[in-house]
Design a protein around this ligand. Structure first.
Ligand SMILES: [Zn+2]
Ligand SMILES: [Zn+2]
Length: 118
């Protein structure tokens, strides 16, 4: 019984490690972008923002900071590789409002720690 539990724990921590590896790459680029634009840092995600979270948001371009090719040009190749790229507008197709006027990129709501309600 104990052995099974331990195996499960190892597997899930491996899965987590896989995820955080990807996150780290994006975070590194975020840090570089933020350093370059310290003046507008408040409209950009902190370097430790979790991709997909409320904090992971580029206020300047209204997309998740971890997917903002305008702040992180290093992401462009990854979008092109998946075919999610609009050559005409130099944006990921999934972020191109000119080609997809109906597109709405919504910032995830903040995940607040459970607060005691009155
Ligand atoms: Zn941006
Ligand atoms: Zn386009």
């Amino acid at each position: 019984m104990m052995k099974t539990l331990a195996t499960i724990a190892i597997f899930s921590s491996l899965a987590l490690a896989g995820c955080s590896k990807d996150n780290k790459t994006a975070t590194k680029q975020d840090t570089a972008a933020i350093k370059k634009e310290t003046k507008r840092a408040d409209s950009h995600a902190p370097a430790n923002a979790e991709p997909g979270s409320h904090e992971d948001w580029c206020g300047e371009h209204s997309v998740p900071e971890s997917q903002c090719t305008r702040c992180n040009p290093g992401l462009v190749a990854a979008f092109k590789a998946t075919g999610d790229w609009c050559d005409e507008h130099g944006l990921p197709e999934s972020q191109c409002l000119k080609c997809n006027p109906e597109l709405k990129i919504v910032r995830p709501p903040p995940s607040e720690p459970a607060k005691p309600q009155e």
